[in-house]
Design a protein around this ligand. Sequence first.
Ligand SMILES: [Cu+2]
Length: 212
Amino acid sequence: MLTRALGVLTAVAALLASVVVGVANAHGSTTDPPSRNYGCHQRWGSNFQDPTMATKDPMCWQAWQADPNAMWNWNGLYREGAAGNHQAAIADGTLCSGGRTQAPRYNSLDAVGAWQAATKSRQFTLTITDQARHGADYLAVYITKQGFDPTRQALGWGNLEQVIRTGRYASAGTYSTAVNAGSRTGRHIVYVVWQASHMDQSYYLCSDVIFQ
Ligand SMILES: [Cu+2]
């Protein structure tokens, strides 16, 4: 009897593991410049219990402490059914968690502070990696207005200016677009809405950058 129960438990555990792996292999994110959780996964995924992260990369540290699944599922930060009305779906202060989607998994990505930022020139190429090959109806790319300080202020729609909205992309592993940040300098957030094509599924992605 005990052996049978253990057998069932083992089967359930194997099933759960396969579900988790399945989720981790689906969907995508902005990989260049890296989104907050993708960047934390890149830098610390193989070393996420290293206590020096607390001082070397404190925003990633708080994210790993809050919920490691925000990093393991770096490709799962989406909402469904926004019907194109992203500003209604996502409240100010929650833009980087996709409006606290799948809460509380991604809430830590809204934390205000000195996220590690990628250095970019003001004309750069942005790349989404799409492991699920959903395609894109469009990528809408926004950048914070000059003067906004992401290390001290929560991000709201009023802090952003849309710099490009692309056309469609056929299903592929990556989608790239040229982005012109104008005369911006210093630290900014690049905010991407990736509207997938297979269904009404929208990804909301914050990438921290420093423009040279
Ligand atoms: Cu997906």
